[in-house]
Every structure is written in C-alpha cells, then in structure tokens.
Design a binder for this molecule. Structure first.
Ligand SMILES: Nc1ncnc2c1ncn2[C@@H]1O[C@H](COP(=O)(O)OP(=O)(O)OP(=O)(O)O)[C@@H](O)[C@H]1O
Length: 240
C-alpha cells in the first residue's frame, strides 16, 4: 500500500487503442519530492503523465496513490486551443472549480488564491487578457498557474519550462521548490537536463520502457544518456 501522497506504478502497460506505448513499467514516485521524467521524443513521457492523471486508463497493471484529491495536470501549451474566449484569470479560476466542483460560486478566498497563483508565475498583469492572445510562454505560465490553483497533492507537469525565457524558467523552478516544500508530489517531463538534475528522483524512459530510476545524478550518467539519446546530448549536464 502506497503511503499518503506517494505514487507507485505496478507493471503498467498503456497506450492508444491498439497501440501500446508504456510496457511493463514499475516505479515509485516519492512523496513531497520532485521527480523528473526524461527520455527521447516518443519515449512515453506524456503518456505516463496522462496515465497518472487518470486521462488514459492502463491496459494492464495499476497506479497506486495515497492522496485523495484529483491530481493537478498541466499539459503542454500546444495542447490548448488558441480560440478559447476566456481570460487568463478565468483560466486559472478553472483550477478552483476543479477543486470545488463546477457549479459552486467561487468565494473571495478562491479569487485571492487565483491572483496569488498568477503572481507566483509573474503574470498578474496579464489577468484580464484573453488566453488565446498570449504568447506561447505566457500561456504556458497561465496553465501552470491553473494547476497550482487546484492545490493538488500530486502535480503533473508536461514540459513546464520548454520554450520559456530565463526569467520565466526561474519562476517555474521556484514554484517546483515551493510546491515540494508544501508537501506536494511533483512529476514533470523534461528535455532539460539542468532541470532534471535539480529533481530528487528521476525516471529515464526509452521506447515506453523504464531504463533506470533513482537520484538524477545516478540515473543520468553519460553512459545511460548516450545509450538512450545517442551522442546528441553528451556534454549538456550528464554526469559520468
Ligand atoms: N493520441 C495518440 N494516439 C496515438 N498514438 C499516440 C498518441 N499520442 C502519442 N502517441 C504515440 O505514443 C508514443 C509516445 O508518445 P508520448 O507523447 O508519450 O512521448 P513523449 O516522450 O512525451 O514525447 P515528446 O518528447 O515528443 O513530448 C509516440 O510513439 C506517439 O506517436
């Protein structure tokens, strides 16, 4: 039985229709720590997050989770329509509705949380703008603020810092540290080795299989990275 907040994956197989992506994946994601999911394009990182979020049902195996709340799930910004006629503040408020139920009126305290989350991502000044009118990086920050507003005990982030400028990346790093300190279990997929090395735990995927798990400095060795990525990433932060 997983302790409260810890997530355990048992022999997980999952995919899309008849296409199997994740194959026999067993892993433990430590509570109140940051886990980075690393692997090449198509290795199954987003699929794993979708399974953890409950969006994709495993074909075999199971996800064991101690927490009671719905996970916060922040997709890549490219997965969100440009045409939604919704402001940035209302986008973030949707995180509160996820917590309260869609037909409840949000209280002043809810709106205070919404504005605090906008501040934490440095986008309070964009609150009244239409989501679809934002730049890609601004939209990514709005989606992350929505995930925070949900106050989940499990926060799932699909490449949260990809395409962000230096200042925005720093906001994301700070947010990950703050969430961890609040006891939130954070899981993020990343292509950024620096961000992966900042995590406490790491899963290295290749072709839907778990190649290694453990502390990032032990998992992301030059040998493991060259085995999975070829020579492309050598010299970008991998440890030998
Ligand atoms: N909706 C879908 N229907 C069918 N196959 C899909 C779907 N989404 C992803 N796949 C396939 O599943 C495999 C894993 O994709 P996934 O998006 O999980 O990889 P990833 O590691 O997140 O990749 P990236 O680094 O490019 O984001 C890929 O081969 C992909 O083509």
């Amino acid at each position: 039985m997983a302790i409260h907040g810890t997530v355990a994956l048992h022999d997980l197989t999952a995919g899309y229709g008849r296409r199997t992506v994740l194959r026999g994946l067993s892993a433990e994601l430590p509570r109140a720590e940051v886990t980075a999911v690393v692997g090449p394009n198509g290795s199954g990182k987003s699929t794993l997050l979708a399974v953890l979020a409950g969006v994709i049902r495993p074909g075999h195996g199971r996800v064991e989770r101690g927490g009671a709340r719905r996970p916060g799930y922040v997709v890549q910004r490219s997965a969100v329509s440009d045409t939604l006629p919704i402001t940035v503040r209302d986008t973030v408020a949707m995180g509160r509705w996820a917590l309260r139920g869609p037909w409840k009126r949000l209280t002043a305290a809810d709106w205070a949380v919404v504005d605090a989350c906008l501040s934490r991502l440095g986008i309070l000044d964009l609150a009244g703008r239409r989501l679809g009118a934002l730049s890609g990086g601004q939209r990514q920050r709005a989606l992350l603020a929505q995930g925070l507003a949900q106050e989940p005990d499990l926060l799932l982030l699909d490449e949260p810092a990809t395409g962000l400028d230096l200042e925005a990346r720093q906001y994301v790093r700070t947010v990950l540290e703050e969430e961890k300190a609040r006891g939130v279990t954070v899981v993020h997929a990343t292509h950024d080795l620096d961000m992966a090395l900042r995590a406490e735990h790491c899963l290295l995927l290749n072709d839907g299989r778990l190649i290694a798990q453990g502390p990032p400095s032990a998992v992301l060795t030059t040998q493991a990275l060259s085995g999975v990525f070829g020579g492309a990433l050598l010299g970008r932060g991998g440890q030998s």
